[in-house]
Design a protein around this ligand. Structure first.
Ligand code: MLT
Length: 248
């Protein structure tokens, strides 16, 4: 049963040891964490989140034909990489049975801050209910929004707010929240009123900073994919000892 849930709207808002002993959900809806979930859904055995491009190249090189190199800088596929950061690229043909070595600007960086956590889950709307079910069994829950280049992004805040809204409905008054969790939940509840007026989640994501960046570089389809709720029924978890993300 969840007793405390906190949101960090940006990595820089979390102190060094903030996540010690807690269950953290890392979220970069557009697109790193959405793409990781799609890679695992397409049969990748694991996704290894890497901080920098050269280290990712070396790691993939060591894996030989078992490795696939994926990720972005400036939203675009990195030179020499097999795949970029579009969830649709992570198909069965591209990743089934492979280990994806993955580096992105903000998402995989945020994961590095969670090394002292008890558990680290990967947040995406595509496995929203599975994540909420898993969190309902954890005492101390944190949601870490990756943001974009040090700026808060609405798509991450909406996801965090949706999770807080769900936990609040399950645990009510007994659940302790920080102010950032309250802010995120307010943002989600506001947006939900728009959904009732037939403005779908994809439209909210399109209007966010992350959404506008993707539109600029021609990745509109990724926004639609990121807005699909509960496409999958599994939780992706970063194994902290092995340092890879697998389906739980
Ligand atoms: C990131 O990790 O910075 C993002 O996923 C960027 C992107 O959407 O390509």
């Amino acid at each position: 049963m969840t007793q405390s849930a906190r949101v960090f709207l940006l990595p820089s808002l979390a102190e060094d040891d903030a996540f010690q002993g807690r269950t953290v959900v890392v979220v970069d809806i557009l697109r790193a964490t959405t793409t990781i979930v799609h890679a695992l859904a397409a049969g990748a055995t694991a996704v290894v989140p890497m901080l920098d491009v050269e280290a990712a190249r070396e790691k993939a090189h060591r894996l030989e034909s078992r490795g696939v190199l994926g990720g972005e800088r400036g939203g675009k596929k990195i030179e020499g990489f097999d795949l970029g950061n579009s969830p649709a690229e992570y198909t069965l043909a591209a990743v089934q049975g492979k280990t994806v070595v993955f580096t992105t600007t903000n998402g995989t960086k945020a994961m590095q801050l969670c090394r002292s956590a008890n558990r680290v889950l990967i947040g995406a709307f595509s496995c929203f209910s599975a994540i909420c079910r898993e969190l309902g069994e954890q005492d101390q829950v944190d949601i870490l929004c990756a943001g974009t280049d040090g700026q808060i992004t609405r798509e991450d805040v909406l996801f965090a707010g949706a999770v807080i809204d769900d936990l609040t409905r399950s645990f009510g008054e007994t659940l302790q929240l920080n102010d950032q969790a309250e802010i995120a939940a307010d943002a989600w509840r506001n947006a939900k009123r728009d959904f009732a007026a037939l403005k779908p989640l994809a439209e909210c994501l399109r209007a966010s900073q992350g959404g506008r960046n993707l539109l600029e570089i021609g990745h509109e389809r990724d926004i639609e994919i990121a807005a699909q709720i509960d496409k999958f029924n599994f939780v992706a978890e970063l194994d902290l000892a092995a340092w890879w993300i697998v389906r739980k």
